[in-house]
Design a protein around this ligand. Structure first.
Ligand SMILES: Nc1nc2c(c(=O)[nH]1)N[C@H]1C(S)=C(S)[C@@H](COP(=O)(O)O)O[C@H]1N2
Ligand SMILES: [Mo]
Length: 236
């Protein structure tokens, strides 16, 4: 955790989605909710830095992104190759399970769907594991929330390069789930047919982690693992 002044502090109110309406920005649908703060969350204008352990030292020349598992064509990208892929912009909110929400982020990078097409994800794939450069930290996600138009691999945020504290050079951002599913310092994506709990999921955090789904076990969002088989309802 860093104690320095937060360069990402929002000195004015965060943007509303409609300012991007006439542009090529993909608007994450949760930003159109009347109340954009999920149950149990509090809005912050900061961008807190949150992770387990230390910011890994990454040599940009030897950085690689590996995509494998249930794919026809496993691929490994250098940073230069990654940066030459077609780019997208996504406007979304960001909700940490420690109860802060940062609204109105403009993310830039490469869409998850484009990468999935390049590697040819097989029909049997249902889940993905994202691995970070921080000693093999992982998180698991279902493709129902990953294979969506507003999920992307990010290298710029609010118009500037993503810094190392927030996961640079490249992080995952999956706006529909809690922020712990948005792996920083992304190193690898592995497609699987079964759900394998990642780092926090193994110690009790939710396998799915949707902030808008409420049920008796998780009255304010899918924070912790609940009874297997229980399906909550997504709050609209
Ligand atoms: N590789 C990696 N990614 C990670 C984490 C981590 O410890 N390691 N922490 C997660 C958690 S709990 C949150 S809330 C977000 C925080 O992102 P931020 O530091 O940019 O706010 O990163 C997520 N991604
Ligand atoms: Mo978090």
């Amino acid at each position: 955790m860093s104690n320095s002044v937060d360069p990402k502090y929002q000195s004015t109110a965060p943007d509303e989605p409609n300012i991007h309406e006439a542009s090529d920005v993909i608007i994450s649908s949760d930003t159109r909710r009347e109340n954009r703060i999920p149950p149990g969350q509090t809005q912050t204008r900061k961008w807190p830095v949150l992770h387990y352990g230390h910011v890994p030292k990454i040599d940009l020349k030897s950085w690689r992104l590996q995509i494998d598992g249930l794919v026809d064509n496993p691929l490994t990208f250098t940073l230069e190759e990654f940066q030459s892929l077609p780019r997208v912009k996504v406007f979304s909110d960001f909700h940490c399970v420690t109860r802060w929400s940062r609204l109105g982020n403009l993310w830039e990078g490469v869409s998850v769907r484009h990468l999935m097409e390049l590697v040819g994800v097989q029909d049997t794939a249902r889940f993905v594991i994202a691995t970070g450069y921080d000693s093999g930290w992982t998180t698991n996600l279902p493709l129902t929330d990953f294979d969506v138009e507003d999920a992307l691999l990010v290298d710029r945020h609010d118009g500037v390069e993503l810094d190392a504290d927030h996961g640079g050079p490249v992080r995952l951002v999956v706006p529909r789930l809690y922020a712990w599913k948005s792996a920083k310092w992304l190193r690898r994506l592995t497609f699987l047919d079964d759900d394998q709990p990642g780092y926090w999921e193994q110690v009790g955090y939710h396998l799915h982690g949707d902030p808008w789904i409420v049920n008796p076990q998780n009255p304010d969002g899918e924070r912790f693992r609940d009874d297997p088989g229980w399906q909550g309802e997504r709050r609209e």
